[in-house]
Design a protein around this ligand. Structure first.
Ligand SMILES: CC(C)(COP(=O)(O)OP(=O)(O)OC[C@H]1O[C@@H](n2cnc3c(N)ncnc32)[C@H](O)[C@@H]1OP(=O)(O)O)[C@@H](O)C(=O)NCCC(=O)NCCS
Length: 213
């Protein structure tokens, strides 16, 4: 590993509010849909904002020459008598990769987690993410266990697809109603609730309100 020279020392500090947008954008460039679809789907501004609010002590950034070089976002899980440190997100700008930035970020966050009682560390990533796997193996993470993620296109599902159609129709009806003043009294709430709670059952039974428009 070639480390940065004196003028490009890596400085690790806690994440500040102004780091949220740059970190999100750096992550956007790293967790791409073609490489890591699951990471891509789960990465958004709220990941950064949420962890910044709940776990600020485990949200760190690395800077080099005043430039954002990388970030780490983690949390602590306490279960029975065990305290786990969990690295949720780690990213290093391509410009600064293979220079020890992630190394430093992980060391710093693990040290903080140890201070707070962690005796076990967890991390997960895409099984095809060889750079991260090599990195974490080198750091001492092992005991790899595959976790299967399943997905489903709801529009193509027989039952859920009909629910989606129903929601579209409902939105269209609402738009139509909004554009014209209501001329009939509202249904009693109990009937309205029945329709909402059982959308498919109500689909073929057009209510008085619907038939009037
Ligand atoms: C994984 C990642 C965080 C590593 O950051 P980094 O700052 O480059 O890592 P470091 O310089 O501290 O450590 C480098 C070591 O990790 C391993 N490594 C890192 N990138 C590697 C790559 N592309 N190929 C092979 N090994 C790699 C090697 O063991 C390397 O040591 P070496 O350079 O002496 O061979 C970085 O590649 C990255 O941001 N990847 C995209 C985001 C991601 O996958 N995050 C992790 C899941 S949330």
């Amino acid at each position: 590993m070639s480390s940065l020279d004196e003028t490009e020392a890596i400085y690790v500090r806690e994440l500040g509010i102004d780091d949220i947008a740059p970190i999100y954008h750096l992550g956007e460039g790293l967790f791409t849909s073609d490489l890591y679809p699951y990471l891509y789907r789960t990465w958004d501004e709220w990941e950064v904002i949420g962890l910044y609010n709940t776990d600020p002590e485990y949200c760190l950034v690395a800077e080099t020459d005043g430039e954002l070089a990388g970030f780490i976002l983690g949390t602590i899980i306490t279960k029975a008598s065990w305290t786990y440190g969990y690295i949720l997100w780690l990213g290093v700008s391509p410009k600064y990769q293979r220079r020890g930035v992630a190394d430093k970020l992980v060391d710093k966050v693990v040290a903080r987690m140890i201070e707070d009682g962690a005796r076990f560390m967890l991390v997960d990533t895409d099984p095809t993410n060889t750079s991260a796997l090599k990195f974490f193996n080198r750091k001492g993470f092992g005991n790899t266990r595959q976790h299967i993620f399943l997905s489903m296109n709801l529009s193509k599902h027989e039952y859920y697809g009909r629910l989606i159609d129903y929601e579209h129709q409902k939105a269209e009806r609402a738009g139509y109603k909004r554009s014209r003043p209501a001329i009939r009294a509202r249904k009693p709430d109990s009937i309205a609730n029945e329709v909402v709670l059982n959308p498919l059952a109500g689909e073929s039974q057009t209510t008085k309100d619907q038939s009037s428009i």
